[in-house]
Structure formats: structure tokens, C-alpha cells
Ligand binder design. Structure first.
Ligand SMILES: *[C@@H]1O[C@H](CO)[C@@H](O)[C@H](O)[C@H]1NC(C)=O
Ligand SMILES: *[C@@H]1O[C@H](CO)[C@@H](O)[C@H](O)[C@H]1NC(C)=O
Ligand SMILES: *[C@@H]1O[C@H](CO)[C@@H](O)[C@H](O)[C@H]1NC(C)=O
Ligand SMILES: *[C@@H]1O[C@H](CO)[C@@H](O)[C@H](O)[C@H]1NC(C)=O
Ligand SMILES: *[C@@H]1O[C@H](CO)[C@@H](O)[C@H](O)[C@H]1NC(C)=O
Length: 449
């Protein structure tokens, strides 16, 4: 399958893997001693601290209240949407985490215009023009009103402050292509209401690394460009248009990896850049120009094994959590969902019903299975974020014609012409990547994680 779009960025993927919970079994004497100390500590606190807060305290002595909010009240603003700024500490019970045996990736899209979208497009100063579909002239807004509802449980409410407290003093980094780049921007938009304007900034450190800083929390949310994860000629700025040959160095990753060290949360993806051909061009050796053409699945697995080796050699699972986003699907053949009159995704305004027969929109499931296998066979636990199927339903959520503000001015004829080049790869924001972040959030906020 050929994806001919001129995407210049990325993609994401995941699987839940239960983190081992190691329960410490104290002896009877130890319990008595601990209880005595506990009661003593409680009495010292003069009843000002609620009893139940102690065992679940996740942070010590951190100032939660930003010293000064700006004149606008981001709190009131956010209340209108589904983001909750309150994060009364020690209320892990109220986070509403799904039970561990619930598969949060299997479910349905539910129309919910009361809590979705989670933020409004024009409130997020960091959104790029290529994603602001409403500003670019999209008239139907219903694509913003769908909430992901797992079949066996519910997702917790997204609490921006709770997440930021979890990220206190830490780094979170998305690594990959333009789809991971979108998820990165989505996360910044999701937490922005919790941070006053002067306390956040975006800094570009190199052509590959851009860093969002939340000063009060001393936390960063970063994006690193590596569309194949391994090194490739698409890493540099002039290779990013995706127009020329894409050539990978399947066994080379350390130049990228240097930038991933000492990050507490790493979220990887790689898929869409592979989809140009069923053969992948692979350099014979690093630094040489000759390359071989290798079958896509073979090359993909070689690259992922290189990545897995890097993770195992460089990541301390006690300090760093690793996530892998499964492939973000495209919607380029309207016949896939039974619409003979459609042009790619350009006329779609509603999701494919999830109770219909299995959706096939051209996602390469062989690569999916390789990613499942590689991430599942590593010594370092990798959380596989299984976002592919739930995203496959969302034929309505792509950027489509609304790539830039000029789209506003298109006449019906121009729309028709443009439809053939519709971007059915990237997503509008607010939109689907917000849901990917809710799923990521669900795995990051548990107190034991
Ligand atoms: C905790 O906060 C109190 C009061 O704000 C401060 O005096 C104390 O030094 C802090 N302790 C630590 C360990 O940061
Ligand atoms: C909080 O912000 C207001 C208005 O921006 C300002 O007048 C005030 O001095 C600030 N307070 C602190 C403690 O920074
Ligand atoms: C991913 O989710 C889909 C349904 O949402 C499910 O059918 C599939 O088995 C899941 N795959 C993995 C590897 O978890
Ligand atoms: C801020 O976080 C970084 C790690 O991301 C840490 O090295 C540094 O010491 C922290 N600074 C403060 C003032 O806490
Ligand atoms: C994944 O692993 C299973 C079991 O080892 C194997 O049967 C299957 O062929 C593998 N799939 C891929 C795509 O490598």
C-alpha cells in the first residue's frame, strides 16, 4: 500500500503490560511497631491532616497551588470542558481508575457534547496551523464531541494538575513521527489550563528536539523527531518532506538515543514513514551511501530490535516508564467503509460505528503484530498503547481539507479538487490524539506507577 501524502511528521502505539506490584509482607511485630509510629505521627499533626490522606500520599510537601493565576481564570474556563484542574491530593480513590483487568482499548465512541472537547481550539496557543481545523474553515464540529468509552469500565476524568504533580521534577518525551508530534501538542493543550501563561514556554533545542517547560512543576514535555526510531536520512530537516527516498540505518540508533537518556516517561511510535513501499531501503553500513531494498516487515523488525536493544541497555525500569504507541491508521479509500461517493476522508463527519463488522482501512497488521511481539518480549516492561482499532473508527477526525487558513476560502470546485489531496493521516486538534492522551494518562497517574 502506498501512502502518497506529504506528511512531514509522525505516529504512536501501546500495549498495557501490568507492572508487577510488589507487596511487602510485614511480620506481626513489624505491624505493631509501624502502627505505633503511625499513630504518633497522626497525633503530631493535630488532626489537621485527614487520616486517610496518609497512606496514599503520593508527593511530599510540594506546593500545589501556583503562586498566582493570571487575570483570566483558567479554572473556570476549563470547567466548561472536561478537564478538571482540581487534584485534591491523597484522593487517589477519586481518580476513578479502571480495574486492572479492564481492556481500556476495546470500546465504543459515545457522543458527548457536555464533556468533549477537553479544551477549545483557540485557547491553545501552541497549536500549529496545520491542525486548527475550525480556524481553517471546517464547519462541522461534531468530530470534537466523541468520548472513548471502554466496554467494561470508564476512563478517569483527565485532571491536569494531578498529571503535572506526577510529572513534578520529571521529563516526559514523545519520540517518533508527526503523529507522536500531534499527541505531544495535544498533551500540552490538555494541561495548559493548569499553568499560568508566564510559567510555560516552548523551546527548540535542536532540529530534532522541542521542549515544553512547566516552570512551577520543573517538568518538561518534550518531542524528539525520529520517524523510524533508528537513524535515517529523514532525520535531518531537508529529509522531512517525505518526498525523496527514505533510507534507514537499521542497526544505528545511538545518535538519537543520547537524547532519550534520563527521561522518566518515554513514548515511542513508528509506522507511517515505513508505508511508502513494500520494500524498505536500508544502508549497507553506517556512513556509506549504498543501500539494499529489504522486505518491509523484515526491515521493520530489524529496526524495532535495534530500538529494543537500546532500551534494554539504557533504560532503568525503576526510573523510567516506556510506552509504545500502536499504528495511527489512515482513511484513504472511502470504499473501505462503504461510501462509494466519498473522496478519501474528505466528506466524512461521523465515526464508523464500532459495532459494525471489523473495520479494514488498510492498516498493516503485520507490522502491528511485530510491534506487539517485540515490545512484549523485552526485559524492560513496555506499555503497548493499543490505539489502532479505536482510531480506525475515526474516519471523521482527520485534518482532511482543513490544513491551513487558506482552506477557508475554497470554493466548492476547489474543494473537490483539493479533496484528492486531503490529509487523511493527521488529525484535527482538539480531537482524537486527546483520547490517546487520556489513555496514556490512565496508565501514568496510578499511585503505584
Ligand atoms: C516542607 O514545607 C515546609 C513549609 O512550607 C518547609 O518549612 C519544609 O522545609 C519543607 N520540607 C521539605 C522536606 O521540603
Ligand atoms: C498576582 O497577580 C496580580 C495581577 O496580575 C498582581 O497584581 C499581584 O501582585 C500578583 N501577586 C503575586 C503574589 O505575585
Ligand atoms: C487491541 O485492541 C483491539 C480492540 O480494540 C483488540 O481486538 C486487540 O486484540 C488488541 N490487541 C492487543 C495486542 O492488545
Ligand atoms: C528539575 O528537574 C530536573 C530533572 O528534570 C532536575 O535535574 C533538577 O534538579 C530539578 N530542579 C529543581 C530546582 O528541582
Ligand atoms: C509473534 O510471535 C508469535 C509467537 O512467538 C509468532 O507465532 C508470530 O508469528 C509472531 N508474529 C510476527 C508478526 O512476528
Amino acid at each position: 500500500m502506498t501512502v502518497s501524502s506529504n506528511f512531514n511528521q509522525y505516529f504512536l502505539h501501546t500495549q498495557m503490560k501490568t507492572q508487577g506490584c510488589h507487596f511487602y509482607r510485614p511480620s506481626g511485630l513489624q505491624i505493631v511497631v509501624l502502627l505505633a509510629i503511625f499513630l504518633l505521627v497522626c497525633s503530631l499533626f493535630d488532626n489537621r491532616m485527614s487520616f486517610k490522606s496518609i497512606p496514599f500520599s503520593r508527593r511530599q510537601n510540594v506546593s500545589h497551588q501556583p503562586s498566582n493565576y493570571s487575570s483570566q481564570s483558567p479554572k473556570e474556563n476549563s470547567k466548561a470542558f472536561g478537564v478538571d484542574l482540581d487534584s485534591k491530593e491523597n484522593e487517589q480513590e477519586h481518580v476513578g481508575l479502571p480495574p486492572e483487568n479492564c481492556d481500556i482499548f476495546t470500546g465504543d465512541w459515545v457522543f458527548d457534547r457536555f464533556t468533549r472537547p477537553l479544551y477549545i481550539e483557540e485557547d491553545c496557543e501552541f497549536l500549529q496551523e496545520s491542525m486548527t481545523c475550525i480556524r481553517n474553515g471546517r464547519k462541522d464540529t461534531v468530530y470534537q464531541n466523541w468520548r472513548w468509552q471502554p466496554r467494561g469500565c470508564s476512563l478517569p476524568k483527565f485532571k491536569a494538575k494531578l498529571l503535572m504533580e506526577k510529572l513534578q521534577g520529571k521529563r516526559l518525551m514523545f519520540v517518533g513521527d508527526s503523529l507522536n508530534h500531534q499527541q505531544w501538542l495535544s498533551l500540552i493543550c490538555l494541561i495548559q489550563y493548569a499553568i499560568p501563561p508566564s510559567k510555560k514556554s516552548l523551546t527548540t533545542y535542536s532540529s530534532s528536539l522541542t521542549v515544553f517547560k512547566a516552570e512551577e512543576y520543573n517538568a518538561t514535555i518534550e518531542f524528539y523527531w525520529a520517524p523510524f526510531l533508528v537513524q535515517s536520512n529523514s532525520d535531518s530537516l531537508d529529509g522531512r518532506s517525505g518526498q525523496g527516498d527514505r533510507i534507514i540505518a537499521a542497526e544505528s540508533i545511538s545518535k538519537h538515543g543520547e537524547n532519550w537518556k534520563n527521561v522518566e516517561y518515554l513514548i515511542f511510535d513508528t509506522y507511517i514513514w515505513w508505508m511508502k513501499s513494500i520494500y524498505t531501503k536500508v544502508y549497507r553500513s553506517e556512513g556509506k551511501l549504498e543501500y539494499d531494498e529489504i522486505e518491509l516487515p523484515v526491515a521493520y523488525e530489524r529496526a524495532l530490535r535495534t530500538w529494543a536493544k537500546w532500551v534494554e541497555a539504557n533504560v532503568d525500569p525503576k526510573k523510567t516508564h516506556v510506552f509504545f504507541n500502536s499504528m495511527s491508521p489512515t482513511h484513504v479509500r472511502s470504499l473501505d467503509w462503504g461510501n462509494p461517493d466519498g473522496i478519501k476522508c474528505s466528506t466524512e463527519t461521523t465515526p464508523i460505528p464500532s459495532n459494525s463488522k471489523p473495520v479494514y482501512v488498510g492498516t498493516n497488521r503485520q507490522l502491528f503484530n511485530i510491534a506487539v511481539n517485540v515490545t512484549g518480549s523485552m526485559k524492560v516492561p513496555v506499555n503497548f498503547l493499543n490505539i489502532t482499532t479505536l482510531s480506525e473508527y475515526r474516519k471523521d477526525a482527520h485534518v482532511s481539507l482543513y490544513k491551513d487558513v487558506d482552506s477557508k476560502l475554497l470554493s466548492p470546485d476547489q474543494k473537490f479538487t483539493r479533496a484528492k489531496n486531503a490529509d487523511c493521516l493527521h488529525w484535527c486538534l482538539p480531537g482524537l490524539p486527546d483520547t490517546w492522551n487520556e489513555l496514556l494518562y490512565t496508565q501514568i497517574v496510578p499511585w503505584w506507577f
